[in-house]
Design a protein around this ligand. Structure first.
Ligand SMILES: [Cu+2]
Length: 213
């Protein structure tokens, strides 16, 4: 029995890590002209599933008076209708909005406050800053690999890890920062130093970092 429980927990954990999550929003709960919850925060790749609890509503991207065509459930639908939309990386990249806030309305009730928003956040991959060669540790090989990637045709699969000083760019200052940290008691490497997501937003990519789960 204990074994079975453990097995079930393993599956649960595995599915939480890998599968896209579906977030539920109720359309007009109790017949009220509102979405519940009216604002949700999701990860890139997650989906939102709107379920109608009453008749005569729809879900259309945009703000009152200015519907857009990013996503739409179509004409107003009745109780029991379900509309699902996934905010995958391709969609988010093609349709950037300030703060990742995708606002939407119910067209029949947009001017009486039936509005909602989906906040899409990119938690990004996990990596260890400074471990530019992705070997699971911080040593002289890291600035060497950084310099090779910068100046002699080397490569890296995780620019975020090579951005040792976390200034949002990968350049020679990172190699210098690493050398200074390793050999002359320079400043500490900013987080994450042991497998975490980047707490500061930048445009650097981390396509692959094998040393973290
Ligand atoms: Cu409505």
């Amino acid at each position: 029995m204990l074994k079975l429980t453990r097995l079930a927990l393993c599956f649960l954990f595995a599915s939480q890590v890998s599968a896209q999550t579906i977030h539920d929003v109720t359309v007009a709960p109790g017949g009220d002209d509102e979405f519940s919850p009216s604002q949700i925060t999701i990860d890139v790749g997650d989906c939102v599933r709107w379920t109608w609890a009453d008749d005569g509503h729809n879900v259309v991207s945009g703000v009152p008076g200015a519907a857009t065509a990013l996503f739409s459930s179509g004409s107003p639908e009745d109780e029991g209708f379900v509309f699902e939309f996934c905010f995958d990386a391709a969609f988010v990249a093609a349709n950037p909005v300030p703060g990742g806030v995708y606002e939407y309305i119910c067209e029949p009730h947009q001017f009486s406050g039936m509005v909602g928003s989906v906040v899409v956040v990119d938690t990004g991959p996990t990596f260890s800053r400074g471990d530019c060669n992705d070997d699971g540790g911080l040593d002289v090989a890291d600035p060497v690999v950084a310099l090779a990637a910068l100046f002699s045709g080397g490569s890296t699969t995780c620019f975020s890890a090579c951005d040792a000083n976390d200034d949002g760019g990968f350049d020679i200052s990172d190699a210098v920062y690493l050398l200074s940290n390793l050999f002359s008691a320079g400043p500490a490497i900013p987080a994450p130093t042991t497998c975490g997501t980047d707490p500061t937003s930048d445009t650097l990519d981390c396509g692959l970092f094998m040393s973290c789960p």
